[in-house]
Design a protein around this ligand. Sequence first.
Ligand SMILES: [Zn+2]
Ligand SMILES: [Zn+2]
Length: 385
Amino acid sequence: MGVMTLQEREAQACAIIDDMAHELRKLSLYLHDNPELGLEEHKAVNVINQFLENHNFTSQVGLTDLPELQTALRGDYNCEAHHKMAFLGEYDALPELGHGCGHNLIAMMSLGAAVAFSQCAPETWGTTFFGCPAEETIGGKVYMAEAGLFKGYEAALIIHPGGENEVGGTSLATHPLEVTFRGRSCHIASLTDSGINALDCAVDLYQSIKQMKTNTFPKGAIVGAVFTQAGTAPNVVTDKATLRMTVRGATVADLEDLILPAIKAESSRIATNYGATVEMHHYEPLFKDMRQDKRLLSLFNEVMTEFGESPRQLPPDEADGSTDVGNVSYEVPTAQPTLTIGNRLEAHTPEFACAAGSEYGLNQAIKGAKIMAVVALRYAEALEA
Ligand SMILES: [Zn+2]
Ligand SMILES: [Zn+2]
C-alpha cells in the first residue's frame, strides 16, 4: 500500500470509529451505570485498560507512586516514534448525580479517537491515551503534569460534553487557601484579661478581602470564603478561627504573584495588629488557567463545522470555572472544546447525567471521537509539512 493521503487517513479513522461504535457505547454505558468518585475509579480503569489492550495499546494502570495517580492509566501505541499525540480521558463521577458531568462520554471520545489515530496516523507518530482520574476533586492532571508525563507530546486533545457547541475561552486559575488565626481564650467578662480574639482577625480578613476585590486585585479575581472554625461558646473569647477560601484569578501569574500575596500579607498584618498568630496553607493544589492552542482551536472549529456542529467562538478571556486541563495546557499545546449532548443543558444536574447515558449523547460522542481523530490527523499533517 502506498502512502495515504490525508483525506484517506481521515476516512479510515472515521470508519474505524464506526466499527468500534458498539464497543465504545457499551464501555460508556458501563461507566454510566457504575459511577465512581475520584480516586475510586477502579471499575472504569479496568474496562478502559482492557479496551486499550484489545486495540493493541500497551496499557499501564497506576502511574508513579503517588496516591493521587493509582487510578490513572496510560495506553501507548508506537511511542518510540518521533512525534506523539496525547488524548485525555476522564471517568470520575459526582456524588448523588452519577455522571452529571458526562465524563463517561469523555472517556469514550478520547478512546475512540486514540485508537483511530493510532491506526491512521503516519508511522512517525505515536499515540497515548491518558486516563486522568478525579477531575472533579483533586485534579489528577495536576499531578500528571507535575510528574512530567505530558513532556514530549505535540498536542493534547479532549472534548467535554455540554449544552452547546463551543470552541475557545479559558478557565480560571485557582489555588484554595486556608487561613487559621490563633489568639488566646479567656472569659468574655474577665476583669483581668481580654484575651486575643481570633474570630475578630478572621472577620477583619473577610472584610478586607471584600475591599481588595474592588481596590487591589486584578480584573477577574474571585474569592469565595467560609468560616470553618469560628469559636465554641459566646462567653469565651475565640482562640482559633479558620477561613477556607477558593481564590481564583485570570492567570497563574495574577493569582500567584498578586492576589494570593496580597491576601497573605493582609492576613499577617491583621494577626500582628491583634497580637495573634496566623497559619496559611493551600489545602488543594493549584489549578492553572487554560491556555487554548490557537491552531488546535481553529482545527476544531473547522472540523466541528464540517460535522454539522458549528461551534460558538468564545473570546480567549471568557473564563468558565476551573479545570485541571489548564495544567496540561501549560505543558503542551492543548484544546478542550465543548460538544452538545442536549440543547442548553447545564453540567452537574440530574438532567445532564441522564443525557450522558442517552442515545443522543452516545451518538454525539461517536461524532466527537471522529472530530477529535480528524483534528489530530490534520494537526499531525501540518506539523510534518
Ligand atoms: Zn464537572
Ligand atoms: Zn467535567
